[in-house]
Design a protein around this ligand. Sequence first.
Ligand SMILES: Nc1ncnc2c1ncn2[C@@H]1O[C@H](COP(=O)(O)OP(=O)(O)OP(=O)(O)O)[C@@H](O)[C@H]1O
Ligand SMILES: [Mg+2]
Length: 209
Amino acid sequence: MSALPAASPLPSPFETHKEIPAMALLEARNLRKTYRLSRTNFVEALRGVDITIEAGEMVAIMGPSGSGKSTLMHLLGLLHSPDPAGRAEAQPALLMDGRDMATLGDGARTRIRAREMGFVFQSFNLVPTLTALENVALAAEYAGMSGAGARAAAATALDLVGLGDRATHRPAELSGGQQQRAAIAATAAGPGDGAREGDRRHPSRHRHA
Ligand SMILES: Nc1ncnc2c1ncn2[C@@H]1O[C@H](COP(=O)(O)OP(=O)(O)OP(=O)(O)O)[C@@H](O)[C@H]1O
Ligand SMILES: [Mg+2]
């Protein structure tokens, strides 16, 4: 077996923002989530999770089915709120770029989700009646772009994921992997998505949930 080269000849994209002062992209403490089914029946899906993610870091959350991965992603993606502190538990904290997400209202959280995050769900959440291009353009419009700009950004994003020749296909006319790529394009097409946000501040930042 041949040895791997000691160093890659190409600079890693993750090395480009070393000069930016250290501040965790995301810092969460004491995240708890209990699903209440009735007064006596409940599931403690998360019992106090701490996690720190640095800008440019790639993180995989792994665990058995039912262990709380999706629940955690919903909290980190600002889709749901953690349980508030109880008598015995510490206050939850969720900081993004140092901003406290716990104290934001619904509207502000929705804006941050639309403009700063990219989500690729297990089910791709493509609108079945829209073409691939229209689906991606819709995501770009949700993220703040206007009609023509959104369509142009959608076409570029579809090209980037290798789906330029499938732009007029509806989701049912795409393979599973192509649907997933269309969903990825939808996360990359907005004006303030992780990738472009990165152009301004952290060149390689992507946020996917
Ligand atoms: N809405 C809900 N109401 C009640 N219990 C729930 C609800 N959502 C999830 N749970 C329970 O919370 C636990 C964590 O669920 P979660 O979906 O976070 O698991 P997961 O790690 O993503 O699993 P998988 O790998 O199967 O997707 C599970 O035991 C699940 O049954
Ligand atoms: Mg899950």
